[in-house]
Design a protein around this ligand. Structure first.
Ligand SMILES: Cc1cc2nc3c(=O)[nH]c(=O)nc-3n(C[C@H](O)[C@H](O)[C@H](O)COP(=O)(O)OP(=O)(O)OC[C@H]3O[C@@H](n4cnc5c(N)ncnc54)[C@H](O)[C@@H]3O)c2cc1C
Length: 599
């Protein structure tokens, strides 16, 4: 049976020792989010994830969702009760505005909770996860009337939300959507079309489902500029805000898929369903992007969550499984063989998972904290700077964390050997569940294009400077420190190459967009590795300081292990940045010269 224990000690290290999360409670509106308050919320959050969500993870995988003859969808046994416990505990309201019944807690705390939820049960966690995306879109772009009607119910978890973008002929290229919205006399719209792959499109967890749907108005311009966003409820709320008349939206079928079986992936048919415009006509993508930016960070947390639980299981197995003797002599003579954790290759696999999850945690929480600063800091310039950094880091967090989440799950399978491939051990589920995170919310290839195509050029590299400056400042401050040399030098070298490849991609990409496209995925990976190296340097610095200090939050062994893991990252993972640098320099020709007929 798989195991999971929320990594609270590691989480606290990042929040308190590395990021100094106490500064969040100085922000206007977040005064209550003191470090103690956050710690106690997380302890409760850990309990619900470990005790309520996690035991249902394999159940969800085995049973999956069922579409009934009347079009309703039944989720796996226990999901409804677990969701109710979650909503009653106020978890759907965690980071929402108190004006609508939310708890008003910071995004960084929400980010941590997302990690825990995704480790415990990604499929179940997606239901409230999508609702939060719907909350964000409505909160930012809805009229007061729409907000008053829908937000309190979404916030308290009575209603859930979806994102309906994809259609059979378009996923990435949303400019091609065919779903139509025609105006009704009462100011609402009749929405008609078919959406596919809609997560949580139909289910039995909530009394109403609120769909956020991309559609085109009759006078819409061609392409992505002609898309509008509509809210289409399953039951149209009556004047009191209770679910009223059944709307003309229904689940045509559910997909049978590789993983996340406990989450219903639906074909949704809109047959003149009544909907209301959210935001401005033809500006739907803008609103949808507001939702997607949060969702992309959330998907990144799926990668981290999956990586963490896979690593925990691989570690437990590697300490227990006895095979062969250590290369440098017997370690446990009273046993028939040594545990496989003595073997260098098994250690390589485990340390990759450990260095990834711990580094990625710091990167993701840092991004979460910057969202709080971008929203709540009283100085506009500081807010704008933080917002820039979040915009830059979002595609990196989404793509790198999900790619590496799957990689870590695969390494966990490998650590188990043949047992990893067998269903009952539970680790193969992580590779299947985590795999979709590399695809939805914009494939990771599209994240890379977002980085080089949209983010890189903004304000003549303004977004890039938001990351480059703190890295340079850190290197300058630490390069003379003998204790930090083994961490700072590799960072400085990798950073210099990132600056070179940035200049190259920017210059060549301006002349030939294929150059930017061809470089994009390798460039994103190179960037991510430098960002991880920066995080590992910060963690190493914090660990060294704490080892010298009398005020420690953790044991000396804990801090030593941070330094050892930082060493592993710098020597065994960061060198990949060099290879990616060379791939970026290779340019577009090796990819684009070949005629299609020659493939
Ligand atoms: C389980 C599951 C749940 C989902 N949940 C939702 C949901 O809740 N709501 C929703 O709206 N959608 C959802 N999706 C859909 C998902 O977001 C899309 O599948 C995804 O965006 C990719 O679109 P596509 O499948 O049409 O692939 P395509 O767009 O056809 O892409 C195919 C390949 O071509 C590449 N490609 C396309 N264009 C370019 C380009 N310009 N440059 C480089 N490469 C390119 C892509 O990266 C990809 O590798 C879900 C999908 C699944 C499988």
């Amino acid at each position: 049976m798989p195991v999971y224990s929320a990594p609270l000690e590691n989480i606290r290290f990042v929040l308190h020792d590395v990021l100094d999360v106490a500064q969040i409670s100085n922000l206007k509106g977040l005064e209550e989010a003191t470090p103690d308050m956050m710690d106690s919320i997380l302890e409760e959050g850990a309990k619900i994830c470990e005790e309520v969500f996690f035991p249902l993870n394999q159940v969800g995988d085995t049973q999956g969702c069922t579409r009934n003859d009347d079009g309703s969808v039944t989720t796996p046994e226990g999901f409804k009760e677990a969701y109710e416990t979650f909503a009653e505990g106020g978890w759907t309201a965690l980071a929402c505005d108190p004006e609508y019944g939310g708890m008003g807690m910071p995004m960084v705390l929400n980010t941590v909770m997302k990690e825990l939820i995704c480790s415990a049960n990604m499929s179940l966690g997606m239901y409230p996860g999508l609702s939060y995306g719907a909350y964000e879109a409505l909160y930012k772009f809805g009229t007061d009337e729409l907000k008053d009607l829908y937000l309190p119910k979404i916030v308290d978890g009575t209603w859930s939300g979806t994102m309906c973008l994809t259609e059979p002929h378009c996923g990435t290229d949303l400019g091609l959507i065919k779903t139509k919205a025609t105006p009704n006399e009462d100011g609402s719209y009749a929405v008609t079309g078919t959406k596919i792959f809609i997560s949580a499109g139909e289910h039995d967890l909530t009394e109403n489902i609120v769909h956020l749907v991309l559609a085109k108005l009759p006078d819409a311009p061609e392409g992505a500029k002609g898309i509008s966003l509509f809210i289409v409820p399953k039951f149209v709320p009556d004047a009191q805000g209770n679910p009223g008349e059944r709307n003309a939206v229904s689940c045509g079928s559910i997909e049978h898929k590789m993983g996340i079986h406990g989450n219903s992936t639906c074909v949704m048919n809109f047959d003149g369903a009544q909907g209301w415009l959210v935001g401005q006509a033809h500006k739907g993508l803008r609103a949808m992007f507001a939702m997607m930016n949060d969702a992309r960070l959330g998907v990144g947390m799926q990668g981290l969550g999956i990586g963490e639980v896979a690593y925990q299981n691989a570690l437990a197995y590697a300490k227990d499984r006895l095979q062969m003797r250590a290369l440098d002599g017997v370690k446990e003579p009273d046993k028939v063989a040594d545990p496989i954790i003595v073997h260098p290759d098994v250690r390589r696999m485990l340390l990759t998972g450990k260095a990834f999850t711990e580094g990625a945690r710091a990167l993701a929480y840092w991004t979460g904290m910057k969202i709080d600063i971008a929203r709540h800091h009283e100085d506009e310039a500081v807010r704008a700077e933080a917002d820039d950094l979040v915009a830059l880091l979002t595609p990196i967090v989404k793509a790198y964390l999900t790619d590496m989440g799957t990689e870590t799950a695969n390494l966990a399978i490998q650590t188990y050997g043949g047992h990893g491939y067998i269903h009952e051990w539970g680790v193969e589920q992580y590779a299947r569940d985590g795999r979709i995170a590399q695809i939805y919310e914009g494939t990771n290839g599209i994240q890379a294009l977002d980085l080089v195509g949209r983010k890189m050029g903004v304000g003549f590299g303004r977004l890039l400077r938001r990351f480059f400056h703190p890295v340079m400042t850190f290197i300058e401050a630490e390069q003379a420190s003998p204790a930090m040399a083994e961490f700072v030098f590799p960072l400085a070298k990798a950073f210099a190459k990132l600056q070179q490849s940035t200049a190259m991609v920017a210059q060549k990409g301006l002349k030939d967009p294929n150059e930017a496209g061809a470089a994009s995925v390798d460039y994103l990976r190179q960037f991510a590795l430098v960002a991880m190296a920066f995080m590992w340097c910060k963690m190493a610095k914090a660990a060294q300081e704490k080892l010298q200090s009398d005020e420690k939050n953790h044991s000396d062994e804990f801090y030593e292990s941070k330094l050892e893991t930082a060493r592993f990252f710098m020597t065994r993972m960061l060198p990949e940045a060099d290879a990616r640098f060379k791939m970026v320099l290779a340019g577009a020709a090796p990819l684009m010269d070949m005629d299609v007929a020659n493939f």
